[in-house]
Design a protein around this ligand. Structure first.
Ligand code: ADP
Ligand code: G6P
Length: 447
């Protein structure tokens, strides 16, 4: 069997390769475990000097990592601009947040073509190539134009919007035709697959996207949740919270995650259900992400102000209602706080999958599990109908679900959790990769 070649814009840093952080990297680490593989992508360095860089090659844990730097102009046009200022909002149904620029589309196409040129000499004839996510929509086409004949698959980690919405993006047809060049296309949910297939139809693109929901490694997350409880940081936190009920939220600081609406929902809980005042506290961990992009900076200011106001309105001398942290927290600490929390509050306005929801379920104690309050617009929602599903745009619905969760009986919590746990352990990172690669390896060879 040929090697697996994974290509993603974000490649785990050398520290993360030992203990990977984040859903995409965890899933992929599992995918490449035990087979010879090459992982190619951006080094994370945006100070590159050379328009035509040479890859830095490193071996770690049986995988070869090949990475290149981007120049400041490439980083601005390709990463900040077209990928995260244009494609990200459009794919998350937020057309009004898109600031379109034809120059940025050009840089995006150039960087995809650059990835193809640098990758090609590293390829062997029987490799299968698996390209990840929206930053690399046009990489497959660029490889084909260079004469690469290997099987090339593509997986989209984020949502794909309905044709009318995606079609509003200038250059949409060009992108769709490029995506149509992949041999196998994978989406997170039925809805995403329906949407992209409906966009393909009028263009006569023959390939059909399939559904391959991504998961986590639930056993390893549970181990972290149990062992993390021994850390000094967690012990201090436990002391500060005492036996009061705890709500947890963990998200990159991103406008797709519905954070202002969530803060309003918590505020509404305290306003409408006074019995929870002075008791329940809400810990939101939201590490800053893509901080150079304007829409993200604006969100950060909004949340700073909201958090200050909520605490100003409700805090007591001996009770802090909202704890808000914008730094990264060690994975084990996070896992064990999930286990301690009575409610996992996961309310994105749109999300490809949302692994945090699955992590919350995996971390629970079966004898006393917490309740997941989940947005119906997360990709995880169809798999987890036993969560309390809410419309994340409605702070009252969030408040009512939180109140319901805080009062839920042990037997109902156990009943809901065991069904969610079944879902989280049957669709994992490993099954996701296995299922996709099986289809890709079985695809007919490129003509
Ligand atoms: P997204 O891919 O949009 O960031 P997901 O919920 O699918 O959203 O995946 C996020 C991943 O990053 C999860 O595995 C989560 O545990 C991890 N993560 C999020 N915030 C932090 C943090 N502050 N510290 C460490 N890991 C984090
Ligand atoms: C989401 C995207 C990934 C991306 C990650 C972190 O999970 O689907 O493609 O790598 O967010 O974002 P960043 O811009 O830091 O790579």
């Amino acid at each position: 069997m040929g090697r697996l070649v994974v290509v993603s814009n974000r490649v785990p840093s050398s520290k993360e390769r030992v203990q990977p952080a984040g859903g995409l990297t965890v899933g992929l680490k599992d995918a490449i475990k035990g087979e010879p593989s090459l992982w190619f992508g951006w080094s994370g360095n945006a100070q590159g000097k050379d328009d035509e860089p040479r890859p830095v090659i490193e071996e770690q844990g049986g995988t070869t990592y090949a990475t290149i730097d981007l120049t400041p102009a490439q980083h601005k046009g390709f990463y900040q601009g077209f990928s995260n200022g244009i494609l990200w909002p459009v794919c998350h149904y937020r057309l009004a947040l898109m600031s379109y620029s034809r120059e940025e589309l050009q840089t995006y196409l150039e960087v995809n073509a650059l990835f193809a040129r640098v990758l090609k000499p590293l390829l062997k004839p029987d490799d299968v190539i698996w390209v990840q996510d929206y930053q690399l929509f046009t990489l497959g086409e660029a490889l084909r134009e260079l004469g690469v004949r290997n099987r090339i698959g593509f997986f989209l980690h984020i949502p794909f919007p309905p044709p009318g919405l995606f079609g509003a993006l200038p250059g949409a047809e060009q992108l769709l035709r490029a995506i149509g060049r992949y041999d196998v296309i994978g989406m997170q949910t039925e809805e995403d697959a329906r949407n992209i297939n409906a966009s393909f139809e009028p263009l006569g693109i023959a390939v059909r996207a399939g559904v391959f929901p991504i998961g986590i490694d639930p056993q390893s997350f549970l181990r972290d949740a149990i062992s993390g409880g021994r850390s000094a940081q967690v012990k201090r936190f436990d002391q500060a919270v005492g036996d009061r009920p705890l709500i947890i939220g963990v998200d990159r600081l991103d406008y797709s995650k519905g954070l202002p609406e969530r803060f309003h929902g918590f505020d509404r809980l305290l306003r409408r259900f006074p019995q929870h005042r002075g008791k329940v506290s809400f810990l939101q961990v939201a590490p800053v992400s893509r901080g150079e992009v304007q829409q993200y900076r604006r969100l950060r200011r909004e949340l700073d102000e909201l958090a200050g106001r909520i605490n100003g309105d409700w805090a007591e001398m001996d009770w802090t209602p909202l704890r808000y942290i914008t730094r990264a927290v060690p994975r084990k600490v996070l896992a064990s706080v999930h286990r301690r929390a009575n409610i996992g509050l996961v309310t994105p306005l749109r999300d490809g999958m949302n692994l945090v929801a699955k992590e919350y379920v995996a971390a629970q104690d079966p004898e006393d599990p917490g309740v997941l309050v989940l947005s119906r617009f997360a990709g995880a929602a169809p798999e987890l109908p036993d969560a309390l599903l809410v419309n994340p745009y409605d702070p009252d619905e969030i408040a009512e679900a939180l109140d319901q969760a805080l009062g839920m009986s042990l037997s109902e919590r156990k009943r809901r959790w065991s069904r969610m746990h079944e879902a989280v352990t049957s669709t994992t990172a490993a099954t996701w990769a296995r299922d996709f690669l099986q289809v890709l390896r079985g695809a007919p060879e490129a003509a």
